[in-house]
Structure formats: structure tokens, C-alpha cells
Design a protein around this ligand. Sequence first.
Ligand code: SAH
Length: 395
Amino acid sequence: MTQSLDISHAANADRASCVKENLAGIGFDALKKTLEDRGIEPKKVNMRARQLWRWVYHYGVRDFSGMTDIAKAQRAEFEDWFELKRPEITEALVSVDGTRKWLIEYGPNTEAETVFIPDVGRAGALCVSSQVGCTLNCSFCHTGTQKLVRNLTAAEIVRQVMVARDALEEWPTSNENRKLTNIVFMGMGEPLYNLDNVAEAIDTISHNEGISFGRRRITVSTAGVAPLIPELGRRTNAMLAISLHATNDDLRNELVPINKKYPLKELFEAIREYPDLGNSKKVTFEYVMLKGVNDSVAEAKDLLRLLRGTPAKINLIPFNPWPGSQYECSDWETIENFAEVLNRAGYSSPIRTPRGRDILAACGQLRSESVKQKASDRRKAELAAKTAAEGTAAE
Ligand code: SAH
């Protein structure tokens, strides 16, 4: 499902036999390049790219027939070369609380999830995945129990936003009454291990003649790939979130093993180099509440010490259990006491209400279950198909 195409071949070969290039998800520079490669007159390339861009990302069209400001002959040519295809959605679920989850297929055995969480902040947030699977093995995260399958391409990341806007009927782009207002890279994967594609995707979704998300409404969460944190800021201007979860190296090594590579001291040095931090641009620290592990008042105070000097807000996440997990969620009272210490010190520290638990869409619950289930279903289906085929052949 990448936008791969052998362009040199496409330009010469019989058009009908060519694979069409999918423009849904493409970046602006790549769009210009592909138009150039197709032989569009150089002086018209920019204009054509802007026209197409608007149709694809402002109006969200899925075919070329409605592109009324493009002459028919040119439209026909575009239709021969290109398509505007959405990814295959293998599962679309709606939670009792309105959370929506899409399981998207990126190829055989390659699926990742996108989750829309309504009523967060001014309106709704979309939690996008940057990788299929993950390499980090955080001990409390269900996604971490899966091996990395692969990085998602920039186009595949952008298409997650397009799928959500299709379902929410948010085309054409409007700046008023949007249901989807924020994008958070808090789905599957570690965004900083796929920074090139994440940065390109952010350029596309923030482009003001298209989907037009302000960069302040895009948050990238990392488990702490310290050397890439300042670079993330320079390249994307997005908001930064850190999955912290512990206030000392010993515990963090256990919960977030990447801490062994980039311990707290190094992590905080990198965070402080994130560009433009201040009162209007704070770092969000995510802290999952694990019963008896990291939830004491003493740890809340340690957290205050650790955050001193860093413009910060804290997001307390009640642990979402998953089958086989070794942790339990802290008691509500413990979470409130923890929050109280932070609030009294002047920190905004909302407790994140678990959303979409019934459809396994909550933090750290992403994908694994459904995929494991799907893999076994698939095997069953394959077996059934094989048996049926053998039966047919025998008749
Ligand atoms: N790899 C990146 C992006 C994933 S964000 C990162 O770690 O930041 C996913 C967020 O959900 C992280 O803050 C993660 O720590 C949190 N999370 C993972 N498993 C969880 C669980 N079972 N319950 C609650 N939060 C969880």
C-alpha cells in the first residue's frame, strides 16, 4: 500500500498496464516531482500540484471527475496515471463512549490501528500509529509484546487521518466546528524510530491549503530516544510528549527499557533542548499509574524534583490492563493523591479517563489482541478455503 511506482517505466509503457500511483497521502514536493516525471510542462507543475493538492486534501475527493477547475483532457490523463485510494479497513469499531477504532491493513499480516477519541480538549483527538509493532518492549504496554513488523510510510500515516475524516465527514476542511482537532502520535510504534516519515506526514497534514492542522495541535510522543528529541522539534515544530512513567533509572529501566540506553539525565538534557519551550509550549509527561509500582506520594514529589526547570504538564494515565499483564491499575484514591501533590505545586495534571476500553482502543491496548485473533481466524479461514478447494477439485 505504499505509493510505490516505477515512474520511468510508467512514462513509457502502455498506460493501461501500469500500476496507478496513489496520490492519497503524498507530500507536496513528491506530488510536484511525480507531475514533472509524467511530463507536465515545467511552468505548469506548481499550478497543477496546487490544484490537485486542494482536491485531495481540502475537499477529500476520491476520484478525478469532480475536479472542475482542471480541463477534461488533463483530468483524463490524471485518471490514467493516478488514483485516490484509501487503505483497506479490516475492522471499524465504535465504543460505548464514542471512541472509534480502525484496524488498517498495510499488506499481508501488516496491520496497525488508528483511534479517534472524541471530547478531548476542545474536541477530538486522533491517535495515529507510526509503526506496525514496536521494538521497545515497555513492560506494561500490550503493543510492546509484538515484534516490529515495519515502519509506516509518510503516506500511510497521512491516510490514517484521511480515513478518520472520511468517517467523521469532515471534508472539505473547515476551521470551525471540527470534530477532529488534534493529532497525537501515541498509537503503535516509536515515532522517533521513524522520524523521516513522521516529519513528512506532519508537513502534509499541517499544510494550510489542505488538511491544515496547526503544528501546535500535533503531538509526538516518545519513550525517550534522547538524541532525536531536539531534531524532532526542529523538523516538525510539533508538541512533545514523553512517556516517563518512573522517576528513577532503576524503575524506568524496568518499565521503559530504552532508559538503559538513554537514562533520565540524558533524556532531560535532550528535552531541555527542544526548541521554543516555555509557558505556551510545554512538554507533556505521560505517567501510567501502576499499583504499588510507581504511584506513591514520595514518587509524586520525586517527579516534581525531576521536572524542575522544564516547562511541563503531566498526564496521569490509569493503567489499562491487558490479558497476561503483570500490573494492576492504581486505586482511584491513590491516583487522586498523586495528582493532588502535582496540582498543589502548580502543575496541570489531568487524569486521563480511559477511553475505548471495550474495543481495546485504550492506551497500550492497541492491536495485539485483534491481530492475534485475526491471525488465528485467518489460519482457520485459509484451512477452510484449502479444504473447500480440495473438495471442489475432487468433485
Ligand atoms: N512509543 C511512543 C508512542 C506510544 S504512546 C511512546 O512510548 O511514547 C502510547 C502511550 O500509552 C505511552 O505513553 C505509553 O506509555 C502508554 N501506555 C502503554 N501501555 C499502556 C497501558 N497498558 N495502560 C496505559 N497506558 C499505556
